[in-house]
Write a protein that binds this ligand. Sequence first.
Ligand code: FAD
Length: 479
Amino acid sequence: RNSLIWFRRDLRIEDHAALHHALLSSRRVTAVFVFDTDILDGLPPDDRRVQFIHESLRELDARLRELGGYLIMRRGRAAQEIAALAAELDAESVFANHDYEPQAIARDRAVAEALRRDGRSLQTFKDQAIFEKDEVLTLAGGPFSVFTPYKNAWLKRLAAEPQAMLPFETVPHAAALAPTPAGHAMPGLAELGFTPHPQPVPDAGMSGARRTLDAFMERLPRYDRERNFPALDSSSRLSVHLRFGTLPVRALVRLLREKIDDGSGGAGAAVWLSELIWRDFFMMILYRHPRVATQSFKQSFDALQWEDGDAADALFAAWCAGRTGYPLVDAAMLQLNRTGFMHNRLRMVVASFLTKDLGIDWRRGERYFALRLNDYELSSNNGNWQWAASTGCDAQPWFRIFNPVTQSRRFDPDGAFIRNYLPQLAGLEGTAIHAPWLARPAALERAGVVLGRDYPLPVVDHEQARAKSLARFRALRGE
Ligand code: FAD
């Protein structure tokens, strides 16, 4: 029988669950990727992620060709394109990997329905998580809503079921790939209606993922000590690869297990494994509680009175543009705007600043991140924004509010990260870089900085903002 393998967020050949199953159960397997207009119509034509995907698909097509196959690329609505292509190629089944986002689930339902009407089927498999859906449950059989016990149960399950991290063989079964038609060529970005991004995109594709991983292995043993310091840039930068599946999470967990067992991963390996478990955790939360996509995990927090109106809009615009007057917050936002990446510690700082210092609804910040982050992932973005806003599961308690200046002193102690993004402040010495408005006039003069001209004065006073935030949460509790 003929089948289609529908690539979505799993842009690789090796260790691929759906491809494995398709190759084993079909006579002829054709690969397809759909640039889904339901998603893309809301994005600018030079979106960096589209370019990353396109570059990754080029490599995917090249690898498929080496194995005797090829990749078909379409632009349109997934349900129509997939159903039409399945009919055209007389594919009995379409194979794909699970996706846990509410819109993706609705899309897959529509595709399955369209295929069914035509006597065909959609078959889906777990691939992007180690444990998904209901696989890790509390002793009482319910879903976890606190991370640490979830993590312990996750680790226990992996110990009992190590096959969850084993690779899905594909290449040895490549003979089932449908042969490359004569004259097959991949459409370029422009033919698909996109334009390249003016700034560099992350090293894409399976080979980019491999290079990124290899470079990180040297830093892994120090990850526990260095991960919180943005200037050291010591985290893996693999998030975009996990997002688009140019690397399977199983391979990372296998590698970590080896490094934890033989001691070569140092203290960093176990901490890094925890981060990957956070990823599974938030995918599970989104799957079990799809309403969190638009509402607070803790429902009572939906009644919070966030700031709105012109003043709030102006503050939001200052936050987006990196013009709040708090150097660490601003440098972080410039990192996001320029590179499409932001360090994890800084994501926590700016999310706290938006929701607690500016009193702005976390959903506005979440949307902004969704537009800008190369690694944007609904589950992790939503889970972490709700963590910072104190509305989520296992969230930061509402009465613990980050002080942006203290965070700056602690995590960018010599101001190296700030200086990189805010060169106009580079001449400030000592601690003045963390709070220029507190610097002596002589120090500002020496550094050639005029506040309000070269760099903004703070848009809010942290102590006043903190008091306002506490009052906002207390009002909710009727205090
Ligand atoms: P590393 O430190 O090397 O971590 C390895 C991997 O673990 C990451 O690639 C990621 O897949 C996973 N991971 C790490 N931290 C977390 C976490 N807190 N939650 C879930 N998974 C995690 N991550 C995204 O992938 N997409 C997002 O849209 C996203 N939005 C975020 C928004 C906010 C407000 C915050 C505070 C965090 C967000 N994160 C998001 C989590 C985290 O910041 C990024 O995964 C990390 O910075 C990516 O860099 P890295 O690959 O070098 O991470």
